[in-house]
Ligand binder design. Structure first.
Ligand code: F6P
Length: 356
């Protein structure tokens, strides 16, 4: 009994030593990152930890660019979009030498643990580093909401709210001119942003990457609504495939840069040709990613930031702070990365209910 108690005590003492924690944000920015950074720093203060901001995602660990993260730095950032730490799509696993440099620099900077805040790519790097012995925990973020292992990611709620505002405005002008209007929204490989925007805005037709386009059905759906309402709103995910693409620019993780594809204007062109109705399109683009986080994203960001620090002190490395129902829980990074959460059939069926 005594031995058990003392070994428990040693373990407890070990994990509760004050630490020097490096925090980074990687991948596309989204509202909620600053609340997450703030949540981590606030909780770290309870343990007497020192927080260090790693500037520009994994790139900051290659260049050893850091900044102190104290209460004064994070106190007022709860309502700020973007990330005060900057971000990049740097992938150290492109080159084994960069991986070694990353690990060496964690030592050089005297970091006891890393909090990596990001989506599938950033957390994929974190997961691989964890297998190499790096003490890293993840905080999931993505406006696309396509990360497995968590019910929602912060950034999604705000970005869809921005899209809903755009849709509301487009409906006014569409009705005035009796037009069909197409709104292209982000969401690289998954249709969640388009689906929520479509249902939430009352769109007449929503096109997502998970469902191949049936032009006859699309035209029929759009014209049925148009005849009833004298306008129609179509929401399109940037990720749908309607034209052959080759030689597209890709990022460090091999993802094509979709905005130059212009699927919104192309859908508008096809619809005008097939319906004979004057049609316009608008692409919301990066406007969708900026701005003050909604309450949901502020709360989720704050909660997962707090949890990440608690996970470090609990020795739960190689895991991320995920939302399951209403609880924030630790989930192995390996279970979350590398398999995107796309829109399943039951959600497609729900979307269909609202396409009349
Ligand atoms: O992954 C988030 C996201 O906003 C996608 O929806 C979009 O395709 C991509 O990032 C845009 O990336 P970038 O900011 O590098 O143009």
């Amino acid at each position: 009994m005594t031995a058990y108690t003392s070994s428990r005590l040693v373990l407890w003492t070990e994990v509760n030593l004050a630490m020097r924690i490096g925090i980074l944000t990687g991948g596309g920015d989204c509202p909620g990152l600053n609340p997450a950074i703030r949540g981590a720093v606030f909780r770290a203060l309870d343990f007497g930890d020192e927080c260090v901001g790693i500037v520009g995602g994994w790139q900051g660990l290659l260049s050893c660019e850091t900044e102190p993260l104290d209460l004064a730095r994070v106190d007022e950032i709860i309502d700020q979009g973007g990330t005060i730490l900057g971000t990049s799509r740097t992938n150290p696993f492109k080159d084994p030498a960069l991986v070694q440099q990353t690990i060496a620099n964690i030592g050089t900077l005297g970091l006891d643990a890393i909090i990596a805040i990001g989506g599938d790519d950033t957390l994929g790097v974190a997961s691989k580093l964890a297998t190499l012995g790096v003490k890293v925990v993840g905080v999931p973020k993505t406006m696309d909401n396509d990360l497995s292992g968590t019910d929602f990611t912060f950034g999604f709620d705000t970005s869809v709210s921005v899209a809903l505002d755009a849709a509301r405005r487009l409906k006014d002008t569409a009705l005035s001119h009796r037009r069909i209007i197409v709104l292209e929204v982000m969401g690289r490989h998954a249709g969640w942003v388009a689906l929520y925007t479509g249902i939430g805005s009352g769109a007449d037709c929503t096109l997502i990457p998970e469902v191949p386009i049936d032009w006859n059905a699309t035209v029929q759906r759009v014209m049925t609504a148009y005849k009833r309402k004298k306008y129609a709103l179509v929401v399109v995910s940037e990720g749908i495939q309607i034209m052959q693409t080759s030689g597209e620019d890709v990022d460090d993780f091999g993802h094509p840069l979709l905005q130059s594809r212009g699927v919104g204007p192309e859908v508008a062109r096809i619809l005008e040709e097939k319906t004979g109705v004057s049609t316009r399109s608008a692409t919301i683009g990066h406007i969708q990613r900026g701005g003050s986080p909604t309450l949901f994203d502020r709360m989720l960001g704050s909660r997962v930031g707090v949890k990440a620090v608690e996970m470090i002190h609990g020795g739960q490395f190689g895991q991320m702070a995920a939302l399951h129902g209403t609880e924030v829980v630790a989930v192995p990074l390996a279970e979350a990365v590398g398999r995107l959460k796309t829109v399943p059939q039951e959600w497609v069926d729900l979307l269909t209910v609202f396409s009349k």
